[in-house]
Design a protein around this ligand. Structure first.
Ligand code: PLP
Length: 382
């Protein structure tokens, strides 16, 4: 295993060893299929039911509102395409800072005669109530605004936006994939009809997610088959991953206070150092997730800096980690009105609870050296 320092926890997180312990019995020996009626099947069903309760508990929902999926991406697709599948072609509004797991299924609705509109973000990375209200003056069927942004960490006032959507009788979805485990997330308080979650962002395994759904809402499945998850997501359940997701939710809820305190301390230490190096920190003047810092240095390419830092043993992301093979500037920063050149310089550090103050100090030291080396190279090239 590499000795590099991992600062990309919004990309994915390390599996908690306690979560692994909870999963192990479901990864070895004879496993049942949760739809079977025999003793092995019942054991699998019980394990899923317990995980369903743990996920529901973590977000103040009822277990019957949890639909397990294979990822956060699938939960987003189920919310957007599933809601649209139950409606005649209409109008969908998604914020301009959404993850592609929301924007792509929304954009794809155009092929089915839907109209897609983007809700603007302000310079702080926030979707203002007035912006949503203006869009909803025209009849709109589906609205999706994320709870916390994966790049900037900026948190939205979803409860108020949800209220506006309800007044206009629109189906309201929020992507809470990044928010879970890093802030309190309460399905009822958020005032939404559907909310997406993902296991691997909270030290659970990859390959599990959930859509939390108001049962009064009619959505249609994306996958048809054996009728698992009340017919909303057919396919034999990934029991070990679901059990791990449940355990990760239980630990995250229990430890949220101590986790966020530590994350905040690390992020503050990092940003004090970044300010001394004249970084521009995006979304810094508004409420953000405790662990996320998204910044840039004038004249320095984000991609180049990420590679230079990688060589120094620090794993950070440029722009959105989920599209790190793309050199396009971050659409989130462009939506916030950041100049394309500055946006191309963006680097994201997302700390995790395993990180230490010493790692932050070592990072700042390496960053300072790399910045001066890259600036010298640029000066020679000019
Ligand atoms: N939504 C947001 C905000 C994300 O950050 C991500 C992943 O980075 C996803 C959705 C997709 O989740 P998953 O990786 O579980 O498919």
């Amino acid at each position: 295993m590499s000795t590099a320092v991992y600062f990309d926890n919004n990309g994915t997180t390390a599996l908690d060893s306690r979560v692994l312990q909870a999963m192990l019995p479901y990864l070895s020996g004879q496993q049942g299929n949760a739809t079977s009626r025999h003793i092995f099947g019942r054991a699998a069903r019980n394990a899923i039911d317990q995980a369903r309760e743990q996920v529901a508990d973590a977000v103040g929902a009822h277990p019957s509102q949890v639909v397990f999926t294979g990822s956060g991406t699938e939960a987003d697709n189920l919310a957007i395409s599933g809601a649209a599948n139950a409606l005649a072609p209409g109008r969908i509004a998604v914020s301009s800072i959404e993850h592609p797991a929301v924007t792509r299924p929304a954009d794809a609705l155009v092929w089915r005669d839907w109209k897609v509109v983007k809700i603007a973000s302000n310079r702080d990375g926030q979707v203002e109530k007035a912006a949503l209200a203006a869009i909803l003056e025209e009849k709109t069927d589906i609205v999706s605004v994320m709870l916390a942004n994966n790049e900037t960490g900026v948190i939205q006032d979803i409860a108020s936006l949800g209220e506006i959507a309800r007044q206009h009788k629109a189906f309201m979805h929020t992507d809470a994939v990044q928010a879970l485990g890093k802030m309190n997330v309460d399905f009822v308080d958020l005032n939404v009809h559907a909310m997406s979650l993902s296991s691997h962002k909270i030290n659970g395994p990859q390959g599990a997610g959930a859509l939390i759904l108001d049962k009064r809402i009619d959505i249609r499945p994306l996958l048809y088959g054996g009728g698992q998850e009340k017919g909303l997501r057919s396919g034999s359940e990934n029991i070990a991953a679901i059990v791990g997701f449940g355990a990760a939710c239980a630990f995250a809820s229990r430890e949220i206070q101590q986790r966020t305190t530590k994350l905040k301390m690390l992020r503050e230490r990092l940003e004090q150092g970044l300010k001394q190096l004249d970084a521009t920190i995006f979304g810094a003047s508004t409420e953000r997730l405790a662990n996320t810092s998204f910044f840039a240095f004038a004249g320095i390419e984000g991609e180049t800096l990420v590679m230079a830092l990688d060589r120094q043993g620090f794993a950070v992301a440029s722009g959105s980690a989920c599209s790190s093979d793309s050199t396009e500037p971050s659409h989130v920063l462009l939506a916030m009105g950041v100049e394309a050149d500055m946006a191309r310089g963006a680097v994201r550090v997302s700390v995790g609870t395993h990180n230490t103050a010493e790692e932050i100090d070592l990072f700042l030291h390496a960053l300072k050296n790399e910045l001066s080396r890259l600036r010298k190279l640029t000066a020679v090239a000019v």
